[in-house]
Ligand binder design. Structure first.
Ligand code: GLA
Length: 387
């Protein structure tokens, strides 16, 4: 696979003096870059690309335009060592096989819609039942399985991959032509910003998110139970046996769901608690404590042995905290690493599951003439490792 960096391309294209200047900037390693390489082909022969955004510190994120999947995410630990903290695969071929949404953009509707149907203005729309009686993550062929149109932008201090996909009216049962844009921007402050936008030509529902599984000790390095997490939520949405919210917003006080102060993920993950049992661990939407609009901090996670930490900021009202309870070691990921139970966790910023059927939840309805907008920022940090 040939890989030409932006700086190499620049050097090839400019006269000698300018080339020297470009080389100097390479030596200092002081600039970010966006590079691309072929990742493989879709079954119909369409070519798929793997984009790599790198910032001036050499934090690096690789994303493919198949499903907008984050394939790799390299961040520094407290000793200055880089590791890939996202679960996934080395090849497009493997992503084309069934997998639990590793790194993918989720749409049109993140998480579950109960009984795989909802009603808008008296019309009932029927969705794919791909999770028991319910519809999960946009149906049989959600946004995680689409080939997105890609454009890159390399600017001062920020490298961007902009992805576009237009979902036709009626796709997966959802009404309206949904024009969607997802922008991934890596900045020199070691943050990755994800901006989602969508418009429709008919009243519809939409709830987009990203399904990256993190392991801040490095992907494939065992379970995530020693990570410490703080979640800024005083309430969560308890679920029924099909993991559909009951409609209640329950206080986390005195429950294993209270992460208002940092706690080890593993501390109460097998607690004798009905909600923990139903989720097989954590697989719940947290109602974020937020005031007004704009970005608010939702969670902070730290992995003590490496000192790698992550903050999640979002404009969304909720966040699904999923501890990889359905992983069972049968999937082999990058570098031949096995992914046992709970070897990755997801922080899916979102509107609440099943909102189209839950009038008391914040609305996920999008009308023609309106624009859906949502932003989530992952800030990568390194702290002193604890022995
Ligand atoms: C979400 C769901 C989980 C599971 C995973 C994918 O996070 O809430 O129950 O379906 O996606 O395996």
């Amino acid at each position: 696979m040939s890989k030409i960096t932006r700086r190499e391309a620049l050097r090839a294209a400019v006269p000698a003096a300018a080339a020297l200047a470009a080389c100097k900037s390479v030596d200092r390693g002081a600039k970010g870059s966006v590079t691309q390489q072929e990742f493989g082909k879709m079954p119909n022969g369409e070519s798929v690309t793997l984009f790599t955004l790198k910032n001036k510190n050499e934090v690096e994120i690789s994303i493919t335009n198949y499903g907008g999947i984050i394939v790799a995410l390299k961040t520094f630990d407290g000793k200055g060592l880089l590791a890939d903290v996202a679960l996934g695969f080395d090849t497009l071929e493997r992503y084309l096989q069934p997998h639990p949404y590793f790194g993918a953009i989720i749409g049109r509707y993140g998480n579950r819609i109960g009984k795989a149907r909802f009603t808008l203005d008296g019309v009932t729309y029927t969705l794919a039942k791909n999770n028991g009686e319910n519809s999960l993550h946009g149906g049989n062929e959600g946004f995680d399985k689409k080939l997105w149109k890609a454009r890159t932008e390399s600017g001062e201090g920020a490298q961007t991959l902009a992805l576009e996909y237009t979902s036709p009216d009626g796709e997966e049962g959802y009404p309206g032509t949904l024009r969607t844009e997802v922008r991934y921007t890596l900045s020199d402050d070691d943050s990755l910003r994800i901006d989602y936008r969508a418009t429709t030509d008919k009243k519809t529902v939409v709830n987009l998110t990203n399904h990256t599984y993190f392991n801040l000790a490095g992907q494939g390095s065992g379970d995530i139970l020693n990570h410490e997490i703080e979640i800024r939520a005083s309430r969560f949405t308890p679920v029924d046996a099909g993991l559909i919210p009951t409609g209640e917003l329950r206080s986390v006080e005195g429950t294993p769901f209270d992460f208002r102060k940092p706690r080890r993920i593993g501390e109460r993950i097998d607690a004798n608690d009905e909600q923990i049992r139903l989720g097989g661990g954590y697989d719940h939407n947290f109602v974020l404590d937020r005031e007004g609009e704009g970005l608010a901090m939702a969670a902070r996670v730290a992995e003590p042995s490496t000192g790698r930490a992550l903050e999640v900021w979002t404009t969304e009202p909720g966040m699904q905290f999923y501890t990889g309870n359905f992983l069972d070691g049968t999937i082999t990921g990058k570098g031949g690493k096995a992914y046992p139970r709970r070897s990755g966790f997801c922080l899916e910023t979102q509107h609440f599951p099943d909102s189209p059927n839950q009038p008391s939840f914040p609305s996920t309805v999008l009308e023609p003439g309106q624009e859906y907008r949502s932003t989530t920022v992952w800030k990568f940090l390194a702290v002193q490792p604890r022995k």
